[in-house]
Ligand binder design. Structure first.
Ligand code: DC
Length: 215
């Protein structure tokens, strides 16, 4: 079983996806970390994240064991990730890994929860369930600040607001796999929901879709 969760940066999709995955006993893949890992490689090679050749090479040679590297969470890596993510060759290099994870979740688990921007539209258009998460920019900035502070990373509210806006524009406006809900996605606005309430709402969506009976 495949559950696709898409939404903009800091919408709370990662926290929700992780919690749902542990509740259901599913494998979890945060696809943003793939683009972040490519961005980190490119920056470490002193290349420009807009350089299609350098970014595609980094994507082709990506070591998928490095996706938990804490350096990936820095704001500047998120911004560079939104640049490499607009390069078609980078996306195509990362597609097989994502689809393979969805089809054959690691550890022989019975399902996968995958979050990102284009999971319901491009990576797994046949997912059993698609949820598209939104939240107001102000709430997303607050969540990003908390996340960075918890990781001991610097958090400047104004810089984060402009970074969130910049990434929204880039992710929504790019030609390839732009951020948008799939036609059959369930929309979940978490602006006024804490994580427990968002989790309950997501469980209600799963229930209404009849998925609990199939797990
Ligand atoms: O979810 P995140 O903030 O970690 O993602 C970092 C960047 O990667 C984001 O700005 C856009 C890109 N991304 C993407 O284009 N497609 C995905 N499926 C996941 C992330």
């Amino acid at each position: 079983m495949i559950i696709a969760i898409d939404g903009p940066s800091a919408s709370g999709k990662g926290t929700l996806a992780r919690r749902l995955a542990s509740h259901l006993g599913f494998a979890y893949l945060d696809t943003g970390s793939l683009y972040r890992a490519v961005a980190l490689e490119v920056l470490e090679a002193d290349a420009d994240p807009r350089d299609a050749g350098a970014a595609a090479l980094a994507a082709r040679n990506l070591d998928f064991r490095t996706l938990d590297d804490p350096r990936l969470r820095a704001e500047k890596i998120g911004e560079a990730a939104s640049l490499v993510a607009a390069i078609p060759k980078v996306r195509s290099e990362l597609l097989a890994f994502q689809r393979n994870f969805a089809k054959t979740p690691p550890g022989g688990l019975k399902g996968a929860i995958i979050d990102g921007r284009d999971i319901g539209t491009v990576v797994c258009p046949d997912a059993d369930l698609k949820i598209f998460i939104t939240a107001s920019p102000a709430v997303r900035v607050k969540r990003r600040i908390l996340e960075l502070e918890e990781r001991g990373l610097p958090a400047d509210p104004e810089a984060i607001l402009s970074s969130v806006r910049l990434r929204d524009t880039r992710d929504e406006a790019r030609k390839i796999s732009p951020l948008r809900p799939a036609q059959d996605a369930h929309l979940l606005d978490t602006t006024n929901l804490d994580i427990d309430s968002a989790f309950k709402k997501a469980c209600m969506i799963l229930e209404a879709a009849g998925l609990f009976g199939k797990i």
